[in-house]
Design a protein around this ligand. Structure first.
Ligand code: SF4
Length: 342
């Protein structure tokens, strides 16, 4: 069931109160331009409207409560409590030259059980609502922080939660967040119906597919979703996404020492991405150093630097575009696969 966002609720309230259309604009400007986080402080509105908003939506605009924060030089991780007392996390990454990027959660916990992932050990508690998703960004915005780019790579599988589509509508609405489509990245382990919907409804949003092994058997072991949506089917779907949108697709690959970082793995990735027809140049591999946490298996370790370099050189030699992601936030468990809500 689609969760109704506060912005839709506000529209409904204003309609019921027979208010002119500019009222919504005033509220949106109060939140997004003047950064007012409480309805009662929106003094541009008549008292009766403020009271009605408070009655229906509560005093505060934000649906999340920050309960803890960890900060290192470039990373700021915030733990929020949500309505039923559960916890979710969002991460702000600060790049040199001031660019601020965010990694937000789409579910509380996750039910897909990828072996290397801390979030997966919790199991799925529930999908986040569109407000809970977008409020992770609104929290930073209300504090005066710029929102330059956002990725759905926090807790949960974004394309397993239908509310992310409503969240994307809100994030790209010029009256509210007004984020450009290309500043948003959705990451998936390969949920085919979700990819279809993203292609149709948000063709300009960036798409990242988590591969992690080019071999079906090993991928199924690392990521049980591979039994339901096998690798070849996902790659065919990604081809279609590229054909329909003309956009790049990013392949995320966490390097696990001695598990998936051999020359054979690099060659097999190249082989997978090289037989894809005229759009094969639109695949781009992002290699991600593994981050261990206290809850992920002890047998997984980060690949040595030499191994990473060899892996890159094999991919390059086969004409595959590849980037090694810089690592941020490992000291505070804020890197990929580390969000645990603790
Ligand atoms: S990697 Fe993503 S899909 Fe897999 S268990 Fe973790 S959060 Fe879920």
């Amino acid at each position: 069931m689609k969760s109704t966002s506060r912005y839709e609720m506000i529209q409904q309230i204003l309609t019921e109160l027979k208010q002119p259309a500019y009222r919504f604009q005033q509220i949106a400007e109060a939140i997004f331009k003047q950064k007012i986080g409480e309805y009662d402080k929106m003094t541009i509105l008549p008292k009766a409207i403020r009271s009605e908003l408070i009655k229906n939506l509560g005093e505060r605009v934000l649906s999340l409560t920050p309960v803890a924060q960890k900060t290192s030089r470039q990373v700021n991780k915030v733990l929020f409590s949500i309505e039923d007392g559960e916890r979710i996390e969002a991460v702000q990454l600060r790049y040199e030259r001031g660019w601020k990027s965010y990694c937000i959660s789409s579910q509380c916990g996750c039910g897909y059980g990828c072996r290397f992932c801390a979030t997966g050990t919790i199991g799925l508690k529930r999908n986040l609502t569109a407000d809970e998703i977008t409020d992770q960004l609104l929290y930073f915005h209300l504090k005066g922080q710029a929102l330059d780019s956002v990725s759905f790579m926090g807790m949960g599988e974004a394309l397993a939660n239908p509310n992310i589509f409503n969240a994307l509508t809100i994030l790209t609405d010029p009256r509210t967040f007004g984020l450009g489509y290309r500043r948003i990245t959705v990451s998936t382990i390969g949920i085919l119906p979700g990819i279809d919907r993203l292609t149709k409804e948000f063709p300009q949003v960036n798409l990242t597919f988590s591969l992690h092994s080019p071999f079906d058997e090993q991928r199924s072991e690392l990521m049980p979703i591979n039994n339901r949506f096998p690798l070849q089917d996902v790659l065919n779907k990604l081809d279609q996404h590229i054909r329909d949108t003309g956009r790049k697709v990013y392949i995320a690959y966490i390097l696990l020492r001695g598990e998936n970082d051999s020359n054979e793995h690099a060659e097999a990735i190249a082989a997978l991405l090289k037989q894809r027809g005229p759009w094969e140049h639109l695949y781009h591999v992002n290699l991600i150093p593994y981050n261990s946490t206290v809850v992920t298996p002890e047998s997984y370790h980060q690949s040595d630097n030499d191994r990473v370099q060899k892996f890159v050189s094999i991919l390059n030699s086969k004409g595959i575009k590849v980037t090694v992601r810089t690592q941020f936030g490992t000291d505070i468990d804020a890197a990929c696969g580390q969000l645990y809500g603790s």
